[in-house]
Design a binder for this molecule. Structure first.
Ligand SMILES: Nc1ncnc2c1ncn2[C@@H]1O[C@H](COP(=O)(O)OP(=O)(O)OP(=O)(O)O)[C@@H](O)[C@H]1O
Ligand SMILES: [Mg+2]
Length: 415
């Protein structure tokens, strides 16, 4: 790629960066999709097995929709055979309305008075659609050589309880009839019982694919797959900082990657340095959603000087977590000791944790598990990198102390 020379060249590059990083949209191009090989293999194996269906679940924003959208591009030899239909559940949807949307995407030929016509399958149903209707229609809509996959995304969103039971019935029936189709249910959940209360009845015919947070290598790949397209590079320290701050959440990698790239281009350079990442942190804090800023302020507000809510929350955000973002109270000790520069015990902040799960502080954290083995996590995963960036920006923490962070995949965070 020829280096940009004119003002227009740099402006073009700036906008190309906007196209390549997608902080708020799922990835829809195979080549820009990073990592996730274990989840892809599980998914594809289940799709190719007759009678198996898939439940893909995990925290908000970890990349579920992207995976459900992109997996077929990773299999070029059979990509033609995949017939992917994707719909997402709205809060008002029930079983019948979501299948009506799916039926709208399926065309069928009918013969009326000797004339062949193509209509949408939904046109054949003016009343409710039942699991039995779906099973019958699905079995005759696709060719035997097709690999049909129906993705029902945002499954957790429906307020209608019967959708869960009816979908479980459908999955069971499709499996019993060995229908040539895979239903791929995608939703935010810690555990599949949140999506299907009585999941035992379908446990044999579904593959549960849990989507963990990304490892550092996967997050690095997000940046490394994009920069060459812009003819740009990144210093190892800058890459380390983006990855460290993002806490396994790909949308932050995109956001910091985008802003750091844009800042570098504004300075007419093609290698991203740590200073560009610092500028990106500033920009992302300024532009972060007002709701996040408000929730943060309400969680740490205090009338007195010495109540340490800000510091404890920062330490929670830095605490070592498992791959679902959960941390135990003792994981807060090392970062808090570092932030306060003195030795700390759980007793010093137990009360703060209690407050953070209360309404009074906007339930910024949620608590799971049993007494004495409680685990915590941020209710909104997107809050966690925000809290860290705020800490770095407000100089509560030196950037080099970020080495107190560690992720389950790579405790040493080497780059
Ligand atoms: N494997 C990946 N490679 C590169 N970017 C990714 C990958 N997975 C997700 N992303 C990016 O992360 C962000 C969140 O992805 P996505 O929307 O797929 O997550 P999600 O789990 O479906 O979120 P939600 O729970 O809000 O529906 C998007 O900006 C997307 O572009
Ligand atoms: Mg999604």
């Amino acid at each position: 790629m020829a280096p940009p020379q004119t003002h227009d060249d740099w402006t073009t590059l700036y906008f190309e960066a906007t196209q390549i990083f997608s902080p708020s949209a799922p990835v829809d191009e195979g080549e820009l999709f990073a990592g996730r090989s274990a989840e892809i293999s599980k998914l594809i194996e289940a799709i190719l097995e007759r009678g198996k269906h898939v439940i893909l679940y995990g925290e908000r924003g970890v990349g579920k929709t992207s995976l459900a959208q992109v997996f077929r591009y990773l299999f070029p030899s059979i990509i033609q055979k995949f017939k992917l239909i994707r719909e997402q559940v709205d809060p008002s949807d029930d079983f019948s309305s979501i299948w009506r949307k799916i039926f709208k995407d399926i065309n069928v030929s009918i013969r009326e008075e000797g004339v062949e016509q193509t209509i949408s399958l939904a046109d054949l149903y003016d009343k409710e659609i039942t699991p039995g209707d779906v099973r019958r229609e699905i079995s005759r809509c696709f060719k035997a050589s097709d690999i049909p996959v129906i993705v029902i995304d945002e499954f957790d969103k429906s307020r209608d309880d019967s959708i869960r039971q009816l979908t479980a019935n459908l999955i069971k029936a499709l499996s019993d009839y060995s229908a040539n189709i895979t239903i791929l249910i995608v939703g935010v959940a810690d555990d599949i019982s949140e999506l299907f209360a009585e999941h035992e009845s379908i446990s044999r015919c579904v593959e549960q694919v849990s989507m963990p947070r990304m490892s550092n290598n996967e997050m690095k790949e997000i940046i490394q797959k994009r920069l060459p397209r812009l003819g740009m590079k990144i210093d190892p320290d800058a890459l380390w900082k983006i990855v460290t701050l993002s806490r396994g959440l790909p949308s932050y990698v995109h956001l910091l990657g985008l802003y750091a790239t844009q800042d570098t281009i504004e300075h007419r350079r093609k290698t991203i340095t740590e200073r560009n990442v610092d500028a990106a942190i500033k920009r992302s804090l300024e532009r972060s959603q007002e709701s996040i800023q408000r929730e943060y302020a309400s969680a740490v507000h205090t009338n007195r000087q010495d109540t340490l809510f800000t510091e404890v929350l920062l330490a929670c955000a830095l605490a070592q977590t498992d791959d679902r973002g959960l941390f135990a109270p003792n994981a807060v000790v090392p970062p808090l000791s570092k932030i306060l520069n003195r030795s700390i015990t759980i007793a010093n902040f137990q009360n703060h944790l209690k407050k953070f799960i209360s309404e009074e502080r906007g339930r910024i954290l949620i608590r799971l598990g049993k007494e004495r083995a409680y685990k915590f996590r941020f209710r909104d995963p997107m809050m966690q990198p925000y809290v860290i960036m705020k800490g770095v920006e407000d100089e509560m923490l030196e950037a080099k102390s970020l080495d107190v962070l560690s992720s389950p995949a790579q405790p040493q965070l080497p780059i």
